[in-house]
Design a protein around this ligand. Structure first.
Ligand SMILES: CC(C)(COP(=O)(O)OP(=O)(O)OC[C@H]1O[C@@H](n2cnc3c(N)ncnc32)[C@H](O)[C@@H]1OP(=O)(O)O)[C@@H](O)C(=O)NCCC(=O)NCCS
Length: 147
């Protein structure tokens, strides 16, 4: 596998548009859904973190700043690149960013089939499964350590 590098990108740039395209392909199209303009407008206030390989954007996630925590959402790795440790490194990058900014925990709504992935990354379920975008999700959280 070629080396991957991660960075924070700016809302509205061509990198951001590429991240939306990747999320549409990996997260929405399989469910028969599309992003609405209203949904994407809200993302102006989110932090967008992405991974590149060979100058191609192949992984993406967003963080929604809250008070002492932030919410991680829209975690996606290009379908040809899944299962190679990239999602794990992307989550590590999100966590490092959140620690640097002083957040004490990260939480997410994990799709049922991705729950084992988040469990391996140290995320713990909170509550019961619920429906979102027509599929079961579990609220999961990881307390961040600065040690
Ligand atoms: C879920 C996703 C982000 C994981 O990224 P990835 O690059 O494929 O995962 P990694 O290769 O980094 O896997 C890290 C570990 O989690 C495990 N894992 C990853 N996805 C898993 C799954 N769906 N079920 C069980 N285990 C999984 C891997 O086997 C690996 O285990 P190991 O450390 O023991 O080898 C990616 O597969 C993806 O984009 N899936 C489609 C979109 C999606 O479901 N996003 C999450 C929405 S909540």
């Amino acid at each position: 596998m070629n080396s991957i590098f991660f960075k924070v990108i700016t809302y509205g740039t061509s990198d951001y548009e590429a991240s939306v395209a990747l999320r549409q392909e990996v997260l929405r199209t399989p469910l028969g859904l599309v992003f609405s303009p209203e949904e994407l407008e809200k993302e102006a206030h989110h932090i967008h973190l992405v991974g590149f390989s060979d100058n191609k954007l192949i992984a993406t996630a967003s963080l929604v700043p809250e008070q002492s925590a932030c919410k991680m959402r829209q975690v996606a790795v290009h379908s040809c690149m899944q299962g190679q440790g990239i999602g794990s490194k992307l989550v590590d990058f999100c966590e490092s960013y959140a620690i640097e900014k002083g957040y004490q925990s990260i939480h997410c709504h994990a799709r049922e089939y991705a729950v084992p992935f988040y469990t391996k990354k140290g995320y713990v379920p909170e509550g019961e499964y619920f429906m979102e975008v027509n599929i079961p999700h579990l609220h999961m959280r990881k307390v961040l350590s600065t040690l």
